[in-house]
Design a protein around this ligand. Structure first.
Ligand code: ZN
Length: 206
């Protein structure tokens, strides 16, 4: 792509570093911004800068939050004996959208993936085991995507909890293996949380 301006080229380059944005789309977005009043771009860049510098992760569940403890963990109406283990905050958003779940979450920040060099130590697993050890949590619901990495992660956590008094379950899926949680529709996802199955029996089924 030949650019008539270095400024334009830089902006397009930065935009195209985002996932799913190729050079052509980046150019279209940049030209769009150029046509808009200057405040548009200012608001956009301010929002991104503040996001990066001021965002917090909940000390309890690692959900993205504006406060030290997120709104879900701080809500006294939520059932703190129930913790749903998810890969990232998109899953929290998907499950919240179902309005079928009243427990808390634990955001792992990824899945164990030797291929991508992600080990258990790279994820928020120690803090999860600590939460269980404190004794308030009675049931953990594994809600990772049913890929090999998801299964490996579930099993790793399950092993860490051996000997502790905790029920483990896994969400029942009406969706095919390998589907990512965030793409499941709300009804299916809501139902799969209500119809969760004991984790042990899910292992035998595999
Ligand atoms: Zn939280």
């Amino acid at each position: 792509m030949e650019f008539s301006s270095k400024l334009l080229e830089n902006a397009v380059y930065e935009m195209s570093q985002l996932p799913g944005i190729g050079k052509r789309t980046a150019l279209r977005l940049v030209l769009h911004l150029l046509k808009q009043p200057e405040e548009r771009t200012q608001h956009l860049s301010n929002a991104l800068m503040t996001l990066k510098s001021e965002i917090n992760f909940c000390k309890k569940c690692h959900n993205i939050s504006d406060t030290e403890i997120c709104e879900i963990c701080a809500n006294p109406k939520r059932d703190e004996s129930l913790v749903c283990v998810v890969e990232d905050i998109r899953d929290v958003m998907a499950i919240e959208n179902t309005s079928q779940y009243n427990g808390l979450y634990h955001v792992l920040g990824g899945k164990i993936s030797p291929m991508e060099g992600v080990g258990p130590q790279d994820l928020n697993i120690t803090s999860l085991v600590d939460r269980v050890r404190q004794g308030t949590v009675k049931e953990l619901i594994f809600a990772l995507s049913s890929t090999m990495e998801g299964d490996t992660t579930n099993f790793y956590i399950y092993r860490q909890l051996e000997g502790m008094e905790i029920t483990t379950s896994t969400i029942a899926r009406g969706i095919s293996v390998g589907d990512e949680l965030e793409y499941a529709d709300e009804v299916t996802l809501g139902r799969s949380i209500l119809n969760r199955v004991p984790f042990e029996s899910s292992m035998k089924a595999n």
